[in-house]
Design a protein around this ligand. Structure first.
Ligand SMILES: [Zn+2]
Length: 301
């Protein structure tokens, strides 16, 4: 069987791979880079540096520097294209000059916030938009080729991001979010939000977090299909991508326990009336086109 291509907009695997003091240990991860390299023909993966809640902003910054140094010297298989992102602006700690370090480290996506309220502004579930500093962060990103990511943002921050990006004629993305019409959750996008991302030229990665997929918190591959079909029905097919969040979720949906299972998932999409070309777009081509159009470079490029 011919191998698929995969472009995944989000995983938290770095936190498992490079956990301080755990180097060289056998750590079980959901996403095994070597296995993915064998399972897919071309494999592009955005690796997020996520700051656990227990870290203070300054510890989170140290963790970013540590992780950046680790991934910069990681030897990836030939067919793997790694990209670096930051999940949560908390680690900026209100220090504008850190943005230069981030940019020079090859970070191509900044997920503006993660949880609660930080120096950038409010996350989902809060009524807080950007702080003044946060607005400066967004402008810096738009002026310096870092793509703003509204997954985890409050609705207020989402709206402000959309407005500012429009003024700049720049796209923004939601790297790992599902449909709020299918599952009412503050982490998911309403139809208007999805359209707003798509109209900016951005893309939306479907998350595999069961809590985003279904109200019961239990999910299988069929739940993922429902979110994809809903987004496809909104008329912006080339904006639909995958942002699986392996190693960021406790239990992936049944049938999608690891990225290798995505090959079967593609068959399921087809069984649900999704064409080969559309499925190829979701798996790889849509994200590939977005990264090419916006001249987004992998780590060490
Ligand atoms: Zn996340």
């Amino acid at each position: 069987m011919e191998k698929n291509n995969l472009f995944d907009l989000h995983c938290d695997t770095l936190g498992v791979l490079y956990r301080s003091g755990r180097e060289g240990c056998e750590i079980k991860t959901q996403l095994d880079i070597e296995k993915c390299a064998k399972s897919f023909r071309a494999y592009s993966q955005v690796f997020a540096v996520y700051s656990p809640d227990r870290l203070s902003p300054s510890e989170a910054w140290d963790n970013f520097i540590y992780t950046r140094d680790k991934i910069s010297s990681h030897k990836f298989p030939e067919n793997v294209t790694p990209y670096l992102s930051i999940e949560g602006g908390k680690l900026l700690d209100g220090k504008y000059e850190r943005l230069d370090t981030i940019k020079n480290s090859g970070v191509c996506i900044l997920t503006l916030v993660w949880g609660g309220i930080c120096c950038v502004g409010g996350a989902h579930g809060t009524d807080t938009g950007f702080t003044d500093f946060g607005r400066d962060v967004l402008r810096y990103c738009l002026e310096n080729g870092i793509v703003p990511d509204v997954s985890h943002a409050s609705d207020k921050m989402f709206r402000e991001t959309a407005e500012i990006c429009k003024k700049y004629s720049k796209p923004f993305i939601a790297s790992h979010s599902c449909s709020r019409a299918i599952r009412k959750h503050t982490r998911n996008l309403t139809d208007d939000m999805f359209k707003s991302v798509a109209e900016s030229g951005g893309i939306v990665g479907i998350s595999l977090a069961p809590s985003h997929l279904s109200a019961s918190g239990n999910a299988d591959a069929g739940n993922v299909v429902r979110h994809i079909k809903h987004f496809l029905s909104l008329g912006y097919e080339s904006a639909v991508a995958l942002g699986c969040d392996y190693d960021g979720i406790e239990t992936p949906p049944t049938g999608l326990e690891s990225p290798e299972r995505l090959a079967e998932f593609k068959t399921l999409l087809k069984a649900n009336g999704i064409s080969d070309a559309t499925a190829d777009g979701i798996f790889y081509n849509n994200a590939r086109a977005f990264f090419e159009t916006n001249n987004i470079k992998p780590i060490n490029a």
